[in-house]
Design a protein around this ligand. Structure first.
Ligand SMILES: [Zn+2]
Length: 192
């Protein structure tokens, strides 16, 4: 938790999504994360029509049962996890989806926007970006860290809450191999 702790968390539901793995796309020559359990997320309706009363991120929701300033927790529907199951045997190349997927909630106000955050709230969010990026990046098992925000039904977000994700993986996936290669010398330099 960041800010004041105002309650206790329930039991973890981290065992969901046990079928995750990654596949090598021979057309793009990129690894792709496969996470079937993401299709069973609590909200599958477009963000704009999602009822705030059923929002999993609002205080009292299934993710954080109490009010908060900002919160970070493991994504219950991850594409990567620290202890992934063995990948399925398929015709093409597959691999374990090893990594971390975290959810970062900027505020517990359901309809807040980034521009409406107070200076203290903004400073807290930036501190969280740095904190999570630094910790995930420090793990030698991670080849990249991607801190990103996707908002709106157009990109598949299931809630309009102000939030982002911090994902990391032992393989650089999707379209990221080139930028990851470009910053690798800097990482080596900083670690020596
Ligand atoms: Zn909400």
């Amino acid at each position: 938790m960041y800010g004041e702790l105002r309650g206790s968390l329930g039991p973890s539901a981290a065992d969901e999504g046990s079928e995750i793995h990654k596949r090598f796309d021979v057309f793009t020559e990129a690894w792709v994360g496969i996470a079937p359990a993401r299709n069973t997320r609590p909200l599958d309706s477009p963000a704009e029509s999602a009822d705030p009363e059923e929002c999993p991120f609002c205080p009292g929701g299934i993710e954080v049962p109490f009010s908060y300033d900002a919160a970070v927790f493991d994504n219950r529907f991850p594409s990567f996890r620290p202890d992934p199951p063995p990948p399925p045997r398929l015709d093409g190349r597959t691999g374990p989806a090893q990594g971390r997927c975290e959810v970062v909630l900027y505020t517990d106000r359901h309809d807040a926007s980034f521009g409406e955050l107070s200076p203290i709230e903004l400073a807290r969010v930036v501190a969280i970006w740095i904190d999570r990026g630094r910790e995930l990046w420090a793990d030698p098992a991670h080849a990249y860290v991607c801190v990103f925000e996707n908002r709106g039904a157009e990109v598949g977000a299931t809630t309009s809450v102000l939030w982002m994700r911090a994902n990391s993986s032992n393989t650089v996936v999707g379209l990221l191999p080139k930028p990851a290669r470009a910053i690798q010398p800097s990482r080596v330099l900083r670690n020596t």
